[in-house]
Design a protein around this ligand. Sequence first.
Ligand code: PLP
Length: 333
Amino acid sequence: MIHPIDRHRAIERFEAIPHLALGHYPTPLEKLPRFKAALGCSQRLYIKREDLAGAGLGGNKVRKLEYIFSEVLRDGADTVITCGGLRSNHCRVTAMLAAKLGLTCVLVMNEPAHPYAATPASYAINEWVGARIVRVADRRERAPTMERIAGELRAAGQKPAIIPLGASTPVGALGQVSAMQELAGQLGELRFDFDAVFFSTSSGGTQAGLLAGKALFLDPETQLYGVSADDPSLSIQETVGGILREIGERLRLPFDERIQVDDRQVGGGYGVETEAGREALQLLAHSEGILLDPVYTAKAMAGMMAAIRSGALAAEARVLFWHTGGQMALFYT
Ligand SMILES: Cc1ncc(COP(=O)(O)O)c(C=O)c1O
């Protein structure tokens, strides 16, 4: 149990951390009555529309980058370098926000396991907003290539800053702490708490930030469930644990949160669609007119549906789906 005074001081430290305002807030918190009926469940279902945070259907990346870009500008960098797959949401949102802030952006992007039949819209947008794209054959080449490019730019007199994969650093994760603070304000008005929150997890920043935010702002009984888009539970749990520890050091509050990761929806791996994911995408689209993406959020929703159908959640539970965005993956040019 966290002592209320320690929590209060940690919140003050969190609120003093500088960040930019780059998104559109508060993101809506909505009921899903028709989805509930379509599922035929008794639980009360809600959705937090973080997909609407701004910057090109930026989703969870916008809040992370509000904290990261604040440090980039503070340090006087003129160029950001980051990495991801060809359809990466993180790369696209970084490139769009870099354009908005007048910074040069270099993207190191690895080829997909199976080539796309057409150009992903997300990739084309990077070109439209003026990012320089360096393609590498394998994801293992991303980090050394970013270092090499940073060295070349420094030698040419520029000031580059590397943003690690997914902006999943302790600083980036603070964006999700702010999202939880926003949710707590919405729940204060509605006068209830959630029993369970489901979301997509991969590079760990989102889950670490949400857990820290939950410890600071939500009912301690609320359970957070990350549904893996790619990696095994153990490896994501380790990454999340590391980021959470560092956030705790910054806020001087040791977090003791359960890191729950479900890797049963991964199927064939990163970006490979699954039948359960397709069902989740279609059911939410048909019943509520809300789109998921096949890479992250459809698998996360499939995990939530599986938990509901298996009877793992109490009949009256209030369950929140945290929509992290990514729908640009549905579009090609
Ligand atoms: C749409 C979407 N949802 C979820 C995630 C997972 O977030 P994280 O990498 O912080 O675990 C990502 C990024 O990887 C994403 O682009």
